[in-house]
Design a protein around this ligand. Structure first.
Ligand SMILES: *Cc1c(COP(=O)(O)O)cnc(C)c1O
Length: 453
């Protein structure tokens, strides 16, 4: 960019007095808009030195400021990816009853750590523990910030400077952010890998046990599956071996389906119920995966072990906040009434929605869209994601969008720029929206977005 072209750069005053910018003041504090404009002007001057920027007109500057203010902050989006538990899109949406409870409790003081019976200090997890133990039959429970935190805490409490035996086939990496070996290192537990990627036998665990061994660890290899010639140890046999050798058995279940509520659909998914039946000492899982609750890490198991976990200093560092307490309590209460759960948990509704229901919805949507010629509906598959059911493919209805003169990337951008933004996928150069992961209550919004193509 030429030096004299930079002189054409609108001044701060010109920008701030523009009527479109003034509109922004209705949505954002004036001082915040000013900061955004100022940052952009600084960036333009910098970029001009390297010819990075060509358009410095007032409309382009206003557009960028609008985009900056509306896209940076957390906001509602439509999930058209077909991945039910999409970590980038916040995993599980919460039941409305949870949201209402969060709003009510957060906007006031609460009895978070105050016992209303005795008038003395109370525990923030007491009722949650009650609910979890009743629901699962586990002896005791504890909840921390997330499942990675739960793994760290459990290993720190029981395996510090000791050995933990884990199958080589279970050393997973989840979304590039959670690697079991890294967590173990942080807890200064020594990882002893046994077996091979596809075959681990009970004897492999047995042979690795020595006086330094503290625990046997099972990790649910959730976001991938090793197919073909594989052999993994039965959970019951593993816990029996643990008891014989006086070792704790820990299972990182990841996705945390309490029971199989979905019969055939989620059949391959191990449940918390199965693990407790197999007498695993400590079962760990996320709150925002197949439980359908807020982000947290739930630990269920033997009372004397949970007590030691509670007393570990890390438990204070990893404790859940009151928003999580409120949201989780409401979700767990729902589990006591399964018919309500299936109706009110958005995650369960989306998972269980019959393909015929999706056909009906797409029919309604298409009826309301004016430019149907850009759209096509085809059958496809949704996945659960979030470290569950690697093999589970759920039949779904996809809406593909094609428009002459527009690439799939341009369409993808249009939907990302829209209000609310919609995130889809690009398959075979075609922008695709999976209807299963769009909440039923968002069909109208989808119609509006499709009408704008
Ligand atoms: C998802 C997952 C984790 C990490 O859980 P966060 O709640 O995201 O911390 C750990 N282990 C397994 C097996 C998982 O699937």
């Amino acid at each position: 960019m030429e030096e004299n072209q930079l002189r054409k750069l609108p001044s701060m005053e010109t920008i701030l007095s523009n009527s479109e910018v003034k509109e922004l003041y209705k949505l954002y504090p004036r001082n915040l808009v000013k900061e955004a404009v100022n940052d952009l002007l600084v960036k333009i001057r910098l970029d001009s030195k390297t010819n990075l920027r060509l358009d410095i007109s007032l409309p382009s500057i206003i557009y960028e400021v609008q985009q900056f203010l509306s896209k940076k902050k957390i906001r509602k989006v439509l999930n058209g990816t077909g991945v039910l538990l999409h970590t980038n899109l916040g995993r599980s949406p919460l039941p409305m009853i949870s949201c209402v409870k969060v709003l009510e409790v957060m906007s006031s003081y609460s009895n978070l750590e105050y016992n209303l019976f005795s008038g003395e200090r109370g525990s923030r997890l007491e009722y949650i523990e009650y609910l979890i133990t009743k629901l699962t039959g586990g002896e005791s429970a504890f909840v921390v910030n997330n499942n990675a935190g739960a793994v760290l805490l459990v290993l720190s409490a029981f395996c510090q400077d000791k050995e933990v035996i884990v199958s080589r086939g279970e050393l997973v990496e989840i979304g590039g952010s959670f690697r079991v070996p890294d967590i173990m290192m942080q807890s200064s537990a020594k990882l002893v890998e046994v077996g091979t990627t596809n075959i681990t036998r009970l004897s492999d665990y047995a042979q690795a046990i020595n006086e330094k061994t503290a625990a046997l660890l099972k990790v649910h290899p959730s976001n991938f599956s090793i197919k073909g010639f594989t052999e993994q140890v039965d959970l019951k046999e593993l816990t029996r071996l643990g008891r014989e050798k006086n070792l704790i058995t820990i299972e990182d279940l990841g996705s945390g389906l309490l029971k199989n509520y979905f019969k055939e659909l989620l059949k391959p998914e191990p449940t918390v119920e199965d693990s407790l039946k197999a007498e695993v000492d400590l079962v760990l899982f996320s709150g925002d995966k197949l439980l359908g609750g807020p982000q947290c890490g739930i630990i269920i198991g033997k009372k004397h072990l949970i007590k030691r976990i509670e007393q570990h200093p890390l438990s204070r560092a990893l404790r859940i906040d009151k928003m999580t307490v409120a949201a989780l309590e409401a979700v767990l209460e729902l589990y006591f009434d399964e018919s309500r759960l299936l109706l009110e948990s958005p995650l369960f509704r989306m998972l269980l929605m019959d393909i015929s229901e999706l056909r009906k919805r797409v029919g309604y949507i298409l009826k309301k869209v004016k430019n149907k010629k850009y759209l096509e509906t085809i059958e496809g598959v949704s996945t659960t994601g979030g470290g569950s059911l690697p093999d589970c493919a759920i039949p779904t209805i996809l809406i593909t969008v094609k428009k002459e003169g527009k690439t799939a990337e341009e369409l993808s951008r249009y939907f990302r720029d829209s209000n609310p933004p919609l995130i889809g996928t690009i398959n075979n150069d075609t922008f695709t929206i999976d209807l299963r992961t769009i909440l039923e209550t968002q069909d109208e919004e989808l119609v509006t977005l499709l009408n704008g193509v």
